[in-house]
Design a binder for this molecule. Sequence first.
Ligand code: KG4
Ligand code: ZN
Length: 338
Amino acid sequence: MASFDASRLILGVETSCDETAAAVVEGGNRILSSVVASQVDVHHPYGGVVPELAARKHIEAIFPTVHGAIERAGISPEDLYGVAATRGPGLIGALLVGFSFAKSYAYARNLPFIGVNHLEGHIGSVFLSDDPPDFPFAALLASGGHTGIYKVSGHTQFQLLGQTRDDAAGEAYDKVAKMLGLGYPGGRIIDELARKGDPEKIRFPRIYLDREKFDFSFSGLKTAVGRYIGANEKDLEDQIPDIAAGFQEAVVDVLTEKILLGAQKSGCRHLAIVGGVAANGRLRERVTEAARKQGIGVHIPPISLCGDNAAMIAGAGYHRLEKGERDSLASDVYSRAM
Ligand code: KG4
Ligand code: ZN
């Protein structure tokens, strides 16, 4: 059995959307176990996450998922130093399942408890990789619910530099996939289809807004793709790979320009890409290439840590608990970014 330092072991729990996840992490960066029970098959027929169904599925999965994480870590609950759970943002009914379970778990074992912001968890996921960045670094967080550029100066110190004015990048992927009849979640499907298409064939708009600032927009791009689909219904099937590639190139152009601008303007020599969309092959490739040209170090977690997982929640929770922060058992979840 692997050795561990029990004074630094955190149990993390994540149920903000459609993954029931639990993990045990040591010292904020060493993963002993990370279990993710996905509900993708449950929501697939609806083309998106159905909140009520998500909450019910979390209730079914939470107990075996947490126990699976403890077992796979090769520890016993008595070895834990603390418990962390996602507090928000996310779907209220879904969040409540993991948050309440984690609070009860901590109470029953007399362990300190901390609620973790989901976005802070995603940003911290880069510390679980083999190649974490030095502070300060610029981070592009691109997920299904949020897409923003941050300056990160410490484990609990973030400054939002700019963000999407409307759709998150993952949301745009999911909506375009739905328009093309490709199913949910759309990001990975479009990523794969785009490899077979020509990114230059159909040029969709890039909405950078002010080129010197960090905000951007994806709703015009989504509308343009919708219009193109409407005007080409007859031979749509053959064009799907080119539409996927053209759409993806537009998203990646905007995100690449904004994260590099973020790094330059905030004086960071390192940048990170995190969140579900950080799994995107083209985004990883383009940001890496552009940053290398400017001598900026690029840090991207492995694909297994880009999407929702509880290791990132345990990692972020560790740093909060280390600072002496605690949340009471009366604390509640929140749905919107704070
Ligand atoms: O971070 P995440 O798992 O959940 C949220 O916090 O939202 O992100 C999920 C989003 C979905 O919109 C999904 O379509 C997108 O990440 N995604 C991708 C890829 N894999 C997942 N988008 C583009 N390319 C991918 N390979
Ligand atoms: Zn997420």
